[in-house]
Design a protein. Sequence first.
Length: 443
Amino acid sequence: MTMHPFQTVMSRLKQRIAQDRLLSNIGWYSLAEGSARVSRIFATIFLARYLSAAELGIAAVAITCFEIVRTFANNGIGPMVIKARATALDATCNTAFRLGWYFCIAMAICQCAAGFVIFMTTGQAEIFPLVACLAAVFLIMPFGLINVYLLMRAGNIRCVAQIATAQMVADNVLTAILAIAGFGPWAIVLPKVLTAPIWLYGVRRGKIWDANPAAGNVPVADFVKFSAPLLGSEILTAARLQLDKVMVGSLLGLEALGVYYFVFNAGIGFSLSLTMALTNSIYPELVRFAGTPYRLLKRYKRALATTVAPISAVIALQALATMLYVPIVFGAKWTAIAPLVGVLCASAITKPFYDSAVQLLRAAGATRYEFAASSILTTISLGSLAAGLHYDLWHGVAALSASLFIVQFALAVWARKVVAGSASRRKLKQSNDFAPAEGLAAA
C-alpha cells in the first residue's frame, strides 16, 4: 500500500530522530519543556489578572535571590560525574555526594542570609519569609543529586525530562490556584518548595544509587581543577540572567520590575526552556567524543544543522508573533508591552549557538575559555542594560537585547575556532611524534 507523502515524511523524521541520540534527547526534553511552558502560560494568565505589578515585583525579588543562590548547584560536580571513567565512577560519586551536601547546606544558609539582608535594606517585612522559605529546596536536593547525574550519564534524558515536567506542571498549577485564592506573592514562591519532593521521588525511582565506601574517593583537587572555572562561568551566567532584575528594581522601582518580570516570562521564558533542553542534551553527547577533537568538532557541526539552527528559527518565529499572542493570552492591559516582549525575545535567537558552543568548550575540557566567554558576555550585556535604564525601561531592554544578539553569536564563532585550533595543534604534535595533549585544557 502506497503511503501518503505526509506519512512518508513523518516516518523518515521519526526514523532519523530514533537513530540520532542527540535529536531524540532534545526531542524528549523539548516536549517536556513545551508541556511545562503551556502550564506556565496558564499560570501567568492568572498571575497577570490576580496580582498587581507591585506584588509581582516583590515575588520577583524572592525568585531572583533563589535563582542566584541556586547557581552554586551548577558547580561542575555533575559534569565531573558524567565524564568520569567507568573504573573511577564509584569513587567519583562518593566524593561528589559529599561535596554536594557541602554546597547545598551553604546555599540554604546563603538563602536565609540574603532574605535578612534584603529585609534590612528595604524594610519590607514580607520579603524575609518569602526568601528564607526557599532554603528548604536546597536541603532536599542532596538526596537526589547523584541519581540525576547518573541518569544523564546514561543518556536517559527522557526520564530526566519527564521528572522535570511533572515538577514544573505541578508548580504552575499550584501557582494558578494560589493566585486565585489570594495568596499574593506567595503564589509564586510557595509552589517551589511544595513540588521539590516530586523531583526527589522521580530521580530516586529513575536511578537507584548507593554509596560504595570500598571504592574510596577521588581527590577533591581533581574536582576543583575542572570545576572552578566552570562554577565561575555559571555564576556569571546567573548574574546575566538575574542581576538584570536587580538593576531594573533598584533603578526604576518595584512596579517597573513587575513589568519586566512579566515581559521576561511572557517572552524569553519560552526561549530559555528550549535552550535548556539543548544544553542538557548536548553535553552528554559531545563528551563521548572528547578524546578525539576532530570527531568532537564533526559531531558539533552536525548538531548545529540538526538542532541548534532549528531552535533559533523557532525563537525567531515567537519574537515575530508577540504582537498577536500577548494581548490574546495575557489580557488587553498588556497590549502596550507586547513590543517589549518581542524585543527581549529576539535577543535569544542567537542563544542556542552560544549555549552549544559553551558545551563544546566544556566537553573539550576548556573550562577556562568558557569562563572567559561568560565574562565577556555578562560584562557587555549588563553594561548595556545599565546604560539604557538611565533613560527608561524601553531603552534598557533594547540595549540589552541588541548586545546579547550580537555578542552571543560572535562568542559562538570564537569558541569553535578555539577548539578547532587546539585540534590542529594536537594533530601537528602527533605528526611530529610529540606526546598528544590531554584535551584542550593542556593546549
